[in-house]
Design a protein. Structure first.
Length: 314
C-alpha cells in the first residue's frame, strides 16, 4: 500500500500521544509526507519523540512547526484546540490544510474556525480508533486500518482540500465518511461518549462500594467489568474535554438511557422475565450486526485490538 509519491510535502503534528504517534508512524511507513515535523507540550515528551526517530524534526514551538507545512493536524485535547489555532494562525502557509483528531466536532469548528485565515483550508477529522494507552510510545502504524475516520468540513470547504485529506486517511488504512459536525456529535454521543460515561460510573461505583473491598473487585473481576475498566482507563483530560464540549448531545442520549434503565428496573422489580428477554434479544441482534460488518474486536475501547507489543505492557 506504499504511496507512489507523498500526498503532502510537509506534515506538522501538534501533540504526540497515541493518535499523533500513530499518524507519524503510518505516514512514514506509507511515504505520505516528504517531511514530518512534530511538537509536544513537555520537554520530556519532545525528547522521547526525538529518541524514537519516527519524525524528521521535533520542535518546541507550535508556530515554528507549522511554517511551510501543507497539512497541520492538531493531536491534542479538544479543550486546547481553540488556543492553539489562535497561536499558529499567523504562521500558516497559504493553501495549507488544518485538521484535528478530536472526537467532538461542533465545538472544534466553533473554537478553531474564527482564528484561521481565509487562505487556508479547515477540514476537521475524527479517526474513530484508539486504545486506553497514551503517550509517545503508545502509537503504532496499524492503528487506523479498517477503522472509520469521519471528516466534518464546514460549509464552503474547498472540495480539493477535503479530497486530499480523504486520500491521506485512506492511505493510512482508514475508511472515510463525511458528516456535518452536529450529526457527528450525535452519532458519537451514543456510540462512544455515553458508553465511556457509563464505564467511568460503574468502575467508580465499584471503587466506592464499602461492602466489597478494592482487592476483591480486582481479584474477582468478571469479563464485563474488565471491559468497563479498559474503557474507563482512557485519558482523563481528553474525556473531560469531550463531555464538556459535547454536552448537549451527551445529555440528550443520557436522558434516553435513563428512561430505558428505568424500564429495566421496573421489569426486574415486577419479575417481568418476558420484558427482560425481549430487551436482551433485541440488543443481542445489534451485537451480531456489529460483528457481521467487521467492527468486532477483543478490545471494546473504540473497537481496536492492541498490537502484540502493546499486549505485553498491559
Amino acid at each position: 500500500m506504499n504511496a507512489a509519491a507523498p500526498i503532502f510535502r510537509r506534515l506538522a503534528l501538534i501533540g504526540f500521544g497515541l493518535i499523533g504517534g500513530s499518524i507519524a508512524r503510518a505516514a512514514r511507513a506509507e511515504g505520505l509526507a516528504g517531511e514530518i515535523v512534530a511538537t509536544a507540550r513537555s520537554a520530556k515528551t519532545r525528547a522521547r519523540v526525538a529518541e524514537l526517530g519516527i519524525v524528521d524534526r521535533v520542535l518546541e514551538s507550535n508556530a515554528e512547526a507549522v511554517k511551510d507545512a501543507d497539512l497541520v493536524i492538531l493531536c491534542i485535547p479538544v479543550g486546547a484546540c481553540g488556543a492553539v489555532a489562535a497561536e499558529i494562525a499567523p504562521f500558516l502557509k497559504a493553501g495549507a490544510i488544518v485538521s484535528d483528531v478530536g472526537s467532538v466536532k461542533a465545538a472544534i469548528v466553533r473554537e478553531m474556525a474564527p482564528h484561521l485565515p481565509s487562505d487556508i483550508h479547515f477540514v476537521p477529522a475524527h479517526p474513530v480508533a484508539g486504545t486506553e494507552h497514551s503517550g509517545p510510545d503508545s502509537g503504532f502504524a496499524e492503528l487506523f486500518i479498517n477503522r472509520w475516520c469521519i471528516l466534518t468540513p464546514p460549509e464552503g470547504a474547498h472540495p480539493a482540500a477535503v479530497e486530499a485529506l480523504r486520500a491521506f486517511w485512506t492511505a493510512l488504512g482508514a475508511r472515510v465518511e463525511i458528516m456535518t459536525p452536529d450529526h457527528h456529535d450525535l452519532v458519537l454521543a451514543i456510540t462512544s461518549h455515553l458508553p465511556h460515561l457509563i464505564a467511568y460510573t460503574i468502575v467508580g461505583t465499584a471503587d466506592e462500594l464499602a461492602q466489597v473491598t478494592s482487592s476483591e473487585v480486582i481479584k474477582f473481576s468478571a469479563g464485563g467489568f474488565r471491559d468497563f475498566t479498559r474503557i474507563a482507563a482512557s485519558d482523563p483530560t481528553m474525556w473531560r474535554d469531550v463531555f464538556l464540549n459535547n454536552k448537549e448531545a451527551v445529555l440528550e442520549m443520557l436522558g434516553t438511557f435513563n428512561e430505558d434503565l428505568s424500564k429495566l428496573t421496573r421489569a426486574i422489580r415486577r419479575n417481568d422475565g418476558e420484558a427482560l428477554f425481549e430487551h436482551f434479544s433485541r440488543t443481542r441482534a445489534i451485537r451480531r450486526g456489529i460483528v457481521e460488518i467487521g467492527q468486532d474486536s477483543a478490545a471494546p475501547d473504540f473497537g481496536r485490538p492492541h498490537p502484540p507489543m502493546a499486549k505485553k505492557a498491559e
